[in-house]
Design a protein around this ligand. Structure first.
Ligand code: ZN
Ligand code: ZN
Ligand code: ZN
Length: 142
């Protein structure tokens, strides 16, 4: 299912009304090839003529992060839509292009197995991990 549809359904279940501004926000997040920060989302919406205040952009983004429908790029406030949209039972890593900022989500069982090895070797009780790959996407590479 498309991100905007999933997000709309999830927000409705929480009792949120689907306003024009909210729908425009979801569509913007879905269409953007690169993760955008709340301020940038707000600016883009205003530029497109959508009347929305920054606080409500922040509030919506926070709700979607909490629902696991958005992920934050490490070390930044930019968010990207989850490629899966289920509550992260498994983790959702991303590879981010350092040139154009585009992001793609990926899962790797092999990677998780390798992390299990680290856990056993360090004997820590691990509660989570953060991992994001940086590099050049296909179009920036050519
Ligand atoms: Zn995800
Ligand atoms: Zn992982
Ligand atoms: Zn790129």
């Amino acid at each position: 299912m498309k991100f905007s549809r999933k997000a709309e359904a999830a927000l409705r279940r929480r009792g949120g009304r689907m306003t024009r501004a909210r729908r425009a926000l979801l569509e913007l997040i879905e269409k953007s090839p690169r993760p955008l920060a709340p301020r940038q989302l707000h600016r883009e919406l205003r530029r497109a003529g959508v009347r929305v205040d920054l606080v409500s952009v922040y509030r919506n983004v926070a709700a979607l992060l909490e629902l696991g429908l958005l992920h934050r790029v490490l070390g930044s406030t930019a968010v990207r839509p989850c490629a899966e949209g289920e509550r992260p039972a498994r983790c959702h890593h991303a590879v981010v292009c350092t040139a154009c900022g585009s992001a793609r989500e990926f899962h790797s069982l092999a990677l998780e197995r390798a992390l299990g090895e680290v856990r056993r070797a360090t004997r820590y009780r691990i509660s989570g991990h953060l991992l994001e790959l940086r590099g050049l996407c296909e179009s920036c590479r050519s």
